[in-house]
Design a binder for this molecule. Sequence first.
Ligand SMILES: [Zn+2]
Ligand SMILES: [Zn+2]
Length: 140
Amino acid sequence: MAHDHHDDDFMGSLTKNEALVYSALKSAGQPLKAYDLLDILKSKGVRAPMTIYRALEGLEGKGLVHKLDALNAYVLCNHDQPHQIQSFLVCESCSNVEEIDTGVSATPSVESNIKAVVAEKGFRMEAARLEIKGRCSRCA
Ligand SMILES: [Zn+2]
Ligand SMILES: [Zn+2]
């Protein structure tokens, strides 16, 4: 579950659609797909999938939302600092997703080591994601 640290300070810097998507993700408290968001936000006048994708992209860029490739869904970030390396526990039984702190992004030497190796390949990294799959404590 997301903490409240990203709240109001950030809201001012969001576009109207980003704020709508952010609030929808926050009240859902779980990962949502772009089409779930479209359903939820229809009543607010959001009609085009592109609008949702653009807002999600903006929120990702601000480090407030992460995309989960495994589920093709989006969640609110759980941490105080924007970070490029993200770690998630993904339960394959109930689809519960929890963002965890593996210490990778909190350990500057590890993060910069990864970035250095990636940069050596001439690759421009945008984000790295560790999706740890298995069963959560309730499903195990
Ligand atoms: Zn995060
Ligand atoms: Zn589970």
